[in-house]
Write a protein that binds this ligand. Structure first.
Ligand code: ADP
Ligand code: MG
Length: 195
């Protein structure tokens, strides 16, 4: 049997006296979509932040495709984990055009980066918006650019932390469908919120 895409073993993190994350175990296969549900403050965001590498655990291990990414003592930096993040404050870089926002995390030649950014623009249905600046876009359009930016480097795993909570119901449904469609092309995705 193949390795799980993401495996979380016995993950714990405390802040002062309170245990934010207490012995979490989770194993996700490639292509699997999983949602973390629970009351506010139960540790969903902290768990996702540790998986992404922007927060450290006290103990426990994160494995991606069978490789140890972090334990209580060592940790790969976020940019080397091949994990895409879309968090609640999906802020785009305000001084960069839509196209440059999407191309931001890409590597390769200028032409390759440009082609990939255009491909993503098309996928989120924003062809012709490449030269616009973020402040010229509606909330839903900004959200789609953020989705394109997160997906562009072809992450193995996408983490979504309540990314739709700032949108009205109509937009939320559309973008949620779009996200699932884009995610269905090969990632497993840990999610937090009311998906
Ligand atoms: P959730 O996303 O499930 O609402 P969080 O993971 O954000 O919960 O928070 C879990 C607990 O950890 C909460 O009690 C929160 O106050 C606490 N917490 C989270 N981050 C920090 C931090 N950087 N410093 C201190 N306490 C924190
Ligand atoms: Mg949270």
């Amino acid at each position: 049997m193949s390795d799980p895409r993401l495996e979380i073993r016995n993950l714990s993190r405390h802040f002062d006296a309170s245990k934010a994350v207490d012995g979490v175990c989770l194993s996700l296969s490639p292509g699997q979509v999983t949602c973390l549900l629970g009351p506010s403050g139960c540790g969903k965001s902290t768990t996702l932040r540790i998986v992404a590498g922007v927060e450290r655990q006290d103990s426990g291990e994160i494995h991606v495709d069978g490789e140890l990414v972090s334990d209580g003592t060592s940790s790969l930096p976020p940019e080397q984990r091949n994990i895409g993040m879309m968090f609640q404050d999906f802020a785009l870089f305000p001084h960069l055009s839509v196209l440059k926002n999407i191309a931001f995390g890409l590597t390769g030649s200028k032409l390759e980066r440009r082609n990939r950014a255009h491909e993503l623009l098309e996928r989120v249905d924003l062809m012709g918006y490449g030269e616009k600046m973020p402040h010229e876009l509606s909330g839903g359009e900004q959200q789609r650019v953020a989705l394109a930016r997160a997906v562009a480097p072809r992450p193995k795993i996408m983490l979504l932390d309540e990314p739709f909570s700032g949108l009205d119901d109509r937009l939320r449904d559309g973008i949620r469908d779009e996200t699932l469609k884009v995610s269905a092309r090969g990632w497993c995705c840990g999610s937090d919120g009311d998906a």
